[in-house]
Every structure is written in structure tokens, then in C-alpha cells.
Write a protein that binds this ligand. Structure first.
Ligand code: NAD
Length: 373
């Protein structure tokens, strides 16, 4: 190595070390912001502040001859880290006089996540697990809120198994389907009822930017504090009726999980050499494969429950299967003009979103390439 090269590299190392100490300084400031927000009960994610800050930094970067996308990427990554670390600190308790929160299925994945955040926010959390029913009256005594977080196929049954709850107690469920659990809760409990669906898996680092869908059940004024508490944790709330929720979920979850499952099943059936497939994969295919593979790292029962949760889901999947057959016919007939015509129709249907998706996925693909080991 020439001396010049080694001197330049030493200078780069020095600059990187300066970046590190600046990062420490920034993280310390963010931690102080976290403390202040926690005391005031403000959400850890502030979309307006984030957008304004990124816009300014992009402008400044441009003025300095740095690609704006670069600074945005770096800052977003740093912010993600900050959200995750803020998530381990305390949050302001918004319902100061609430009785204990009982999580039915509280040792499960979602139950543990809610238990952690509620505890960090100062609530007393009790768990009611499968073998605790002999003790149910004692565990539920004085409960201010009961959250049902059990496998979907048991949800309704367990809601109906609950003994009468205190009148003011808020009854909540977290199931990925909403109509049937919500009806069951409204039947068994005359007090406040709320249906929630966290639109994320339990492995998230932080609630920041995650979406929690909610379906009002009864006496919404009694549980507004809980919705606010969830936004303090950083999530965005999305209200919807249980019917609309389930209809949308048929597409977002049932159909998607079905196609992912079928694709993975077919790869396995053909006994493809996965390592070779990965070596030959472009970043987009690798990402798609990762989306398929991650399904099979999760709970089979959960996905069976989600896909088969309603006759509407099965009807939708049958419609999809028929559409597959129609496309196959086009291919077998080598009818390229029919294919192109159909392609253009779909492209027209996606409209402006197609270009937006192209841009959004480009960023994801660049990240996927960076992370490739
Ligand atoms: P999980 O299997 O990890 O947890 C379920 C818990 O329920 C377990 O601890 C189990 O012991 C307990 N349980 C089973 N039978 C019981 C009984 N009779 N009485 C009391 N407890 C009982 O499942 P999970 O992933 O935590 O899912 C829980 C809920 O969260 C489901 O309704 C699911 O739809 C919803 N949800 C899950 C995800 C996810 O990605 N995991 C995402 C959104 C919503």
C-alpha cells in the first residue's frame, strides 16, 4: 500500500470517529427529548416534526453538494434506533386510577408485548394463562381492563368463558379478525368494549410508526385514554368498522398469506436448491423469497386461523384461483396480445400508485443489497 493511500485512510478513520462522537452527542440529546416527552405524555413519534426536520436536512444537504437521499437515509436509520431505545424507557401513565390490567394469554407473543409497554407506562399487569382458570375470580378482581390475546380460534370461546366483569372494566381483544370477537365481547360484557388489531408482528423494536386498527364497541369515551396511550407509545391509530376491517383483511392477510404459503409449498415440493436460488437472486427476488421464508418461521396455527377465519376468505381465494386458471389459459394459447391487454388494464388500475411503488421499492431494494452478506 502506498504511503499516500494509507494516510488518506487514516484521515477517513478520523472522520468516522468524529461521526461516532457526533452520534453519541445526538443520541444523548434524543434521550433528553424522550425524558421530556415521557413526563408530558407526548407521543414518541411526531410525524410533523420528523417531516419538517427531514425537509430542512435535505435542503441543507443539497446546498452542500450531498445527495439529499443520502442524508435522509442516514437520519431515518438513526431515528429508528432512537425510537427503539425510547421504547425501553418509561411512558407517562394516562389513566392514573385504572385498576389492574389483566391480559388473557399474557405469556404469548402479543400479550408479552402489550404487557411490557403497559408495565413501562406504570400499569399493574396480571396474566391469565391457560392453566389459571381455577383462579380466574382472584386474577380478575378489581380489573380496570381485560385484554384478550389468545390464538384466534380460541378467542370467541375464551371471551364467552370470562366471568362477569366489573361494570366499568374495559374489555379489549387483539385478534386479527374483528367481527366475531367484537360481537362476542358485546354480548358477554355490558361495559366498555374495544376491538384492536395491531398491524404488526410481535418482533417490532418499537411501536413508533406502526399502525393499530381499532373498532369501537361500546362507550368509547371510557377507553379514549387507552387509544391515546397507544399513540404515546408511537403508533398511529386507524378507526374502522369491524365489517370493513374483515373485508380488507381478506385481501391484506388471507389472500396474501395464501399466495405466500402456496409459493413456499411449491418450492418445497419441487425440492429446489435454496442456496443456489439465493446465489442467483437479484435483490428483489431475494426480498420476495425472504417474505415467503419468514412466513414459515412463524406459527402455522396463526396463519391457518387467519386464512380460514371466514367463508368470505375462502370464496375470495377461490376467485383468485379461477383468475389463475384464466391467466394460464392465455399462456397456454400463447396469446401475447391478450396478456399485454390485461397487463395494461391492471397498470391503468394501479394508476399513479404504480410509479410511487416503483420509487418506494427502489429504496427497499437498495437497502436489501446493502444488507446482503
Ligand atoms: P401466542 O400463541 O403467542 O399467544 C397466545 C397465548 O394464549 C399463549 O400464551 C397461550 O398459552 C394462551 N392461551 C391459550 N389458551 C388459553 C386459555 N384457554 N386461556 C388463557 N390463555 C390461553 O399468539 P399471539 O401471536 O400472541 O396472538 C395472540 C393474539 O394476537 C391473536 O388473537 C392474534 O390474532 C393477535 N395478533 C397476533 C399477531 C402476530 O403477529 N403474532 C399480530 C396481530 C394480532
Amino acid at each position: 500500500m502506498t504511503t499516500e493511500l494509507s494516510q488518506l485512510r487514516t484521515q477517513i478513520d478520523e472522520v468516522d470517529k468524529t461521526l461516532l462522537s457526533l452520534l453519541v452527542k445526538r443520541m444523548n440529546l434524543v434521550a433528553q427529548v424522550g425524558e421530556v416527552k415521557s413526563q408530558l405524555g407526548l407521543p414518541i413519534y411526531d410525524p410533523d416534526r420528523e417531516a419538517a426536520m427531514l425537509a430542512s436536512r435535505r435542503q441543507e444537504a443539497e446546498n452542500m453538494g450531498i445527495p439529499p437521499d443520502l442524508i435522509e437515509d442516514i437520519l431515518r436509520r438513526i431515528m429508528r434506533e432512537s425510537y427503539a431505545s425510547e421504547n425501553n424507557k418509561g411512558f407517562k401513565k394516562l389513566a392514573t386510577h385504572l385498576g389492574p390490567v389483566v391480559i388473557v394469554g399474557g405469556s404469548g407473543k402479543m400479550g408479552r408485548l402489550f404487557s411490557r409497554l403497559l408495565t413501562l407506562s406504570g400499569y399493574e399487569v396480571r396474566v391469565l394463562e391457560a392453566d389459571d382458570w381455577d383462579n380466574v375470580e382472584h386474577i380478575l378482581a378489581g380489573a380496570g381492563m381485560v385484554i384478550v390475546s389468545v390464538p384466534i380460534h380460541l378467542t370467541e370461546k375464551i371471551i364467552r368463558r370470562l366471568p362477569p366483569l366489573p361494570e366499568q372494566c374495559i374489555l379489549v381483544d387483539l385478534a386479527s379478525i374483528k367481527q366475531r370477537p367484537l360481537s362476542a365481547m358485546l354480548e358477554v360484557h355490558k361495559g366498555p368494549v374495544l376491538g384492536l388489531h395491531p398491524m404488526f408482528g410481535p418482533d417490532i423494536g418499537s411501536f413508533a410508526k406502526q399502525v393499530v386498527v381499532y373498532c369501537d364497541g361500546r362507550y368509547p369515551e371510557s377507553y379514549q385514554w387507552f387509544l391515546e396511550q397507544i399513540s404515546v407509545w408511537g403508533a398511529r391509530l386507524y378507526p374502522i368498522t369491524a365489517e370493513k376491517h374483515d373485508r380488507n383483511m381478506s385481501f391484506i392477510q388471507a389472500l396474501r398469506h395464501f399466495t405466500t404459503f402456496s409459493y413456499g409449498r411449491y418450492l418445497a415440493k419441487e425440492d429446489i436448491d435454496l442456496q443456489q436460488l439465493l446465489s442467483l437472486s437479484s435483490p428483489i427476488y431475494r426480498l420476495e423469497l425472504a417474505m415467503v421464508g419468514r412466513l414459515f418461521a412463524q406459527d402455522a396455527q396463526l396463519y391457518a386461523d387467519i386464512i380460514m377465519s371466514s367463508p368470505e376468505n375462502i370464496a375470495l381465494i377461490r376467485g383468485y384461483y379461477q383468475s389463475f386458471g384464466q391467466v394460464l389459459e392465455i399462456l397456454e394459447q400463447q396469446d401475447k396480445s391478450a396478456f399485454i391487454e390485461s397487463f395494461n388494464q391492471v397498470s391503468g388500475w394501479f394508476g399513479d400508485e404504480a410509479a410511487r411503488f416503483m420509487k418506494e421499492s427502489r429504496v427497499l431494494l437498495q437497502q436489501a443489497s446493502d444488507n446482503r452478506v
